[in-house]
Design a protein around this ligand. Structure first.
Ligand code: PLP
Length: 387
């Protein structure tokens, strides 16, 4: 059976350019820290990728530090010890929106009592008035706000938040993992002090990412990994040269093709959403009154249970997800929809469909065919899975 992969927010397929970069890098034998020719060849791959990732987010290459992914980058950034040239005392509070990814929600290396939530509004955007009040009560806050939510796709008011945070003497960390290739993630335009990116969401391999700082006045005196001093002391351990090279190639491609790819995804998403509505008028699309990523639809219908719907789609050859991939497998209601005030039955029924650059009209049609069957079963009180 042909399959349609519509779970790009969980992970994207490798771009051909990233595959090629992996193949080439695996043939390079050296350690990037070695001074001989083999080592220098490996170093060259890492530094080329650093430039490519820096260009993607509008930063200086020297401000990009490679990590094992978005989770590690978030953990590295979220520490009271983060320093700026003008402020070396520990950060006294971590403020974060209630809809952050679990890798932020755990609070990094802040103790629990220093972590505070910023609520979101019913449309899925962070409440900036509440943020202003919260930063006003802290003296050296670190604030974490994602650029776009992985479940709803709702784009967050990051630039406005940056103005509020900076006026209060705070620092802003932005989890930009879901943005590249879909919406702009220029660190300067966002006003972010720190930015997290992950390779596997933009067509690079899994297990590589980066923390990026806007200016070199931000320091990481408290690395997670200490040892050989790689990544200028910020992240010890021999670099994942092949992964990093492929991350660079994917970043460059995502950036070059982002306008065309975003338009392609947006068009298909419109076809998908209007098809969903034609088949069943009662569906709810979460966050649809706010600006959203062009590729994401999170929806629910009366009587639908997310886990069984995901299985029903899977049996029809369509891969979708029930909320976040990290929490699927264990059935738990979405903290994102909970924060948006979505009531229980709907909250447990949300299915996420996320598209990518190679999604086709046929994929959307396969999804809609599967939905038609499922919606019919639901209207008869069933769950759409053949016995
Ligand atoms: N932040 C967001 C918004 C994500 O969607 C994810 C992955 O699902 C992460 C962080 C974690 O990134 P990684 O899988 O590279 O650790």
């Amino acid at each position: 059976m042909e399959r349609s992969y519509l779970d790009w927010n969980a992970t994207a397929p490798l771009r051909p350019q990233a595959q090629e970069a992996l193949r080439e890098a695996f043939a390079v034998v050296g350690n990037p820290s070695s001074v001989h020719a083999e080592g220098r060849a490996a170093r060259q791959l890492v530094e080329k990728a650093r430039e490519q990732v820096a260009t993607l987010v509008g930063a200086q290459p020297g401000n990009v530090f490679f990590t094992s992914g978005g989770t590690e980058a978030n953990m590295l950034a979220l520490t009271p010890a983060i320093e700026t040239a003008g402020e070396k005392r520990p950060r006294d509070r971590l403020l974060m929106s209630a809809i952050e990814h679990p890798s932020v929600r755990t609070g990094g290396r802040f103790s629990r009592e220093l972590v505070q939530d910023v609520p979101v509004m019913a449309d899925g955007r962070a409440d900036l008035a509440a943020l202003a009040v919260a930063v006003g009560k802290a003296s050296r806050p670190l604030v974490s706000l994602m650029i776009a939510n992985n479940e709803t796709g709702v784009v967050q008011p990051v630039a406005e938040a940056a103005t509020i945070v900076h006026a209060a003497g705070g620092l802003l960390h932005v989890d930009a993992v879901q943005a590249p290739g879909r919406i702009s993630c220029d660190i300067g335009m966002l006003g972010a002090d720190l930015l997290t990116v992950s390779a596997h969401k933009l067509g690079g391999p899994k297990g590589v990412g980066a923390i990026v700082r806007r200016g070199d006045d931000v320091h990481f005196p408290d690395p997670l990994l200490r040892g050989g001093g790689q990544e200028r002391g910020v992240r010890a351990g021999t670099e994942n040269v092949a992964g990093i090279a492929a991350f660079g190639a994917a970043a460059e491609t995502a950036q070059r093709q982002s306008v065309a790819e975003a338009a392609h995804m947006k068009h298909l998403r419109e076809v998908l959403e209007s098809g969903l509505r034609t088949i069943s008028q009662s569906i709810v699309i979460f966050g649809e009154t706010a600006a959203r990523l062009p590729n994401t639809t999170l929806f629910a219908a009366e009587g639908m249970k997310a886990e069984t719907a995901v299985i029903a789609f899977d049996l029809e050859g369509v891969a979708v997800s029930s909320g976040a991939a990290c929490s699927s497998g264990k059935v738990q209601p979405s903290h994102v929809l909970g924060a948006m005030g979505v009531p229980e039955p709907l909250l447990r029924g949300a299915v996420r469909v996320s598209l990518g650059w190679s999604t086709t009209q046929a994929d959307v049609e396969r999804f809609l065919d599967a939905w038609r069957k499922l919606a019919t079963a639901l209207s008869k009180g069933g769950h759409g899975i053949a016995a």
